[in-house]
Design a protein around this ligand. Structure first.
Ligand code: ADP
Ligand code: MG
Length: 322
């Protein structure tokens, strides 16, 4: 059982970023408005995610680390709509199978919380009082899977991946204040005032913030909101192009291309516009069989959607420069 669990866990959790992503998504699911992330050596030494969310009830704390334990599926229908970020109920159990975990949690509904320590088969739970929310520290990831351990990226490179991940999550949740500490250094701190512009300013700086246009464009069934760069403000790479679908960060070259095409003739060759856009698409137009932790999404009526996006952005770009 132990070996099978380790293998299964290794499939779900492939690196420190996967851990951080799962833990942040749990914090978001728990209605947190503040999420602090602290990583040491690219997460190889430790990763700590602290939130001010719902917390876990004393009686449910054991359950949280059981495989397929989830508090998030109410009815089977839920699986068809990717509303809640996580629904598989195996992130915590997977992480616990391949690392050492310390969790402090206290629910809003109780005045005593839990301190949980997990290491291999050892489980230790004590009742303790904390501030409301949950803090999970993950140490020595893959300590019991030498093959994985050996092939991990360098700490520096992992830190870059983590910064990128937290940027994506922060940009898609401007209502949540994110703070990221990398080896004791503050790298990201967003205000969480539900203002995407302020969120962008805090991450990319003032110059960027001053060169983007606020857009809101509805073309049923799509709603496109966010920021597009002025045609005069371009980059020679595509780094500052962010696409979210229903607030989930996605990597979709076709959508990026459709947006770039909307700028046709307005920017120089080899230059690329910047944009941070959320595209709301009704869930029934998305293929739910795509793994929820992946950044790829499948749109069912893709060519129509691409056309709507291109047309919408084109209008906005032209408006902005006329
Ligand atoms: P899932 O998120 O798919 O339900 P997880 O293994 O990620 O499964 O988490 C298991 C359960 O632990 C969740 O359903 C939730 O009840 C609880 N949980 C995990 N993290 C938190 C958190 N930060 N705040 C509150 N509850 C949490
Ligand atoms: Mg989860």
């Amino acid at each position: 059982k132990d070996t099978a669990d380790k293998i299964a866990a290794g499939e779900v959790i492939t690196d420190p970023t996967a851990v951080i992503k799962e833990l942040i998504e749990n914090s978001l699911d728990a209605h947190s408005t503040r999420i602090d992330i602290d990583v040491v050596d690219g997460g190889k030494k430790s990763m700590t995610i602290t939130d001010n969310g719902d917390g876990i009830l004393v009686d449910e704390v054991y359950l949280a680390f059981d495989r397929h334990a989830t508090s998030k599926i109410n009815k089977l229908d839920d699986l068809n709509e990717l509303t809640s970020l996580g629904f598989r109920g195996e992130a915590l159990s997977s992480i616990a199978a391949i690392s050492k975990i310390t969790m402090k949690t206290m629910s809003r509904q109780e005045n005593i919380g839990s301190l949980v320590k997990l290491c291999g088969e050892q489980r230790q739970v004590q009742k303790r009082s904390f501030s409301r929310g949950t803090s999970i520290r993950v140490e020595d990831l893959f300590y019991n899977i030498p093959a994985r351990l050996k092939h991990m990226k360098k700490g520096n490179d992992l830190s870059k991946d983590i910064i990128q991940l937290v940027e994506n999550l922060a940009l898609s949740h401007p209502n949540v204040s994110f703070s990221l500490n990398v080896d004791g250094r503050h790298t990201i701190r967003t205000p969480g005032d539900n203002n995407l512009h302020n969120c962008i300013f805090s991450i990319f700086g003032n110059e960027f913030g001053n060169n983007v246009i606020d857009i809101k464009y509805e073309n049923k069934p799509l709603l496109i909101t966010g920021y597009i760069g002025k045609p005069s403000y371009t980059r020679n790479n595509r780094k500052h192009q962010y696409i979210f679908i229903n607030n989930r960060f996605v990597q979709d070259n076709k959508i990026a291309k459709a947006i770039e095409e909307a700028y046709e003739n307005m920017i120089m060759i080899n230059q690329h516009p910047v944009f941070i856009l959320n595209i709301s698409i009704p869930p029934h137009m998305l293929d739910v069989n795509v793994h929820p932790s992946k950044t790829k999404i499948k749109i069912l009526n893709e060519s129509l959607v691409l056309l709507l996006i291109k047309d919408g952005i084109k209008k906005k770009v032209r408006e902005s420069s006329s």
